[in-house]
Design a protein around this ligand. Structure first.
Ligand code: TYM
Length: 332
């Protein structure tokens, strides 16, 4: 049965293979048999200061990457979050149904705030905006990486709370996590996740990196001194991360990769992994360059926003009705 799917990516630059293997790859698979909405969540990105020209560029970069990895605007709605004002409106309503206690338990907030006494309120309430994104479209499934699990749980809690208090209002969504790509770790420190904002560019492979950069980052990736190829997340997190990346890109199971490389050192595996990544990213980069400055991209975004607005409007009429807000009536 077709399901309503929603997900989003922040336009903060350096979209990397973690974003691809954890999220974007799922987006493409899901669009074949479902009703999908994929958002560029620019309002989320301003929880930390952004230079306006950079942000504009990054929004279009993510949009172009969406198309470049295989999203088809005829099958999926692709749009920019701030083009649909109902995201912010619903976020406010949900904020009034969220608790500071639950928000202060969010590990991403704790990490980003790094224990400072005062933080931008938007950084603190960020997960509620994410809940609004999801609930606004009656989304049933949310394909994301593991790092978003806590936010999805919070979204479910808020939806259930509102439904219990005000009557059936929201669909309670489920997260969808891929086995191999759900948590790609940093190449220089396999104990932390690969991130867009890490200072060391060799900690990640960005989708637009050239082959020389990819080679450099993989060849210098942290492993261990044992020298034998086996999958062991606790003892060999660096090598296991490389095996996960290899498996997610090639479709080959980790077990069969371990068997294939068992006799050799890490160098051979790394060299082959470079080839696998380069051959997967090349067509994406080619497609990206073809469409990044095209009118096709802009029209996909404006058509996506117009259709998303229609769906959002229906939900907001229902929400206003349940909460007793304004003078709009259900059905109008
Ligand atoms: P963002 O922009 O940080 O990341 C986009 C997607 O990539 C996944 N991801 C990873 N997956 C595997 N390994 C990694 N190292 C890795 N790093 C990131 C993320 O889990 C995400 O799926 N809050 C979200 C954006 C958002 C959203 C939403 C997502 C806003 N509203 C509604 C779903 C539904 C975020 O910051 O993702």
């Amino acid at each position: 049965m077709r399901k309503r799917i929603f997900s989003g990516v922040q336009p903060t630059g350096n979209i990397h293979i973690g974003n691809y293997l954890g999220a974007l790859k799922q987006f493409v698979e899901l669009q074949e048999d479902n009703e999908c909405l994929y958002c560029i969540v620019d309002l989320h990105s301003i929880t930390v200061p952004q230079a306006s020209q950079e942000l504009k560029k990054h929004i279009l970069d993510v949009a172009a990457l969406y198309l470049a990895v295989g999203l088809d605007p005829k099958k999926s709605l692709i749009f920019v979050q701030s083009d649909v004002p109902a995201h912010s409106e619903l976020a406010w309503i949900l904020m009034c149904n969220s608790y500071t206690g639950e928000l202060s338990r969010m590990t991403q907030f704790k990490q980003k705030n790094r224990g400072q006494a005062s933080a931008p309120a938007g950084l603190f309430t960020y997960p509620v905006l994410m809940a609004a994104d999801i609930l606004l479209y009656d989304s049933q499934v949310v394909p994301v990486g593991n790092d978003q699990k806590q936010h999805i749980e919070l979204t479910r809690d808020i939806a259930l709370r509102v439904n219990n208090t005000y009557g059936e209002t929201f669909v309670v969504p489920e997260g969808r996590y891929l086995k191999a790509g759900a948590r790609i770790m940093a190449l220089d420190d396999p104990t932390s996740k690969m991130s867009k904002s890490a200072e060391n560019i060799h900690s990640r492979i960005s989708l637009l990196d050239d082959p020389a950069k990819i080679k450099k980052s993989i060849m210098r990736a942290t492993t261990d001194s044992e020298g034998s190829v086996r999958y062991d997340l606790a003892e060999k997190p660096g090598l296991s991360n490389l095996l996960n990346i290899y498996s997610a890109f090639s479709g080959q199971s980790v077990d069969s990769l371990v068997e294939q490389y068992a006799g050799g050192g890490y160098g051979v595996l790394k060299k082959d992994l470079v080839d696998v990544i380069v051959s997967n990213l090349e067509p994406i980069q080619q497609h990206f360059n073809d469409i990044r400055h095209s009118s096709e991209l802009i029209s996909a975004l404006s058509e996506g926003a117009a259709k998303a607005k229609e769906i959002a409007q229906k939900t907001m009429v229902r929400v206003h009705d349940r909460f007793g807000l304004g003078i709009r009536r259900a059905g109008k």
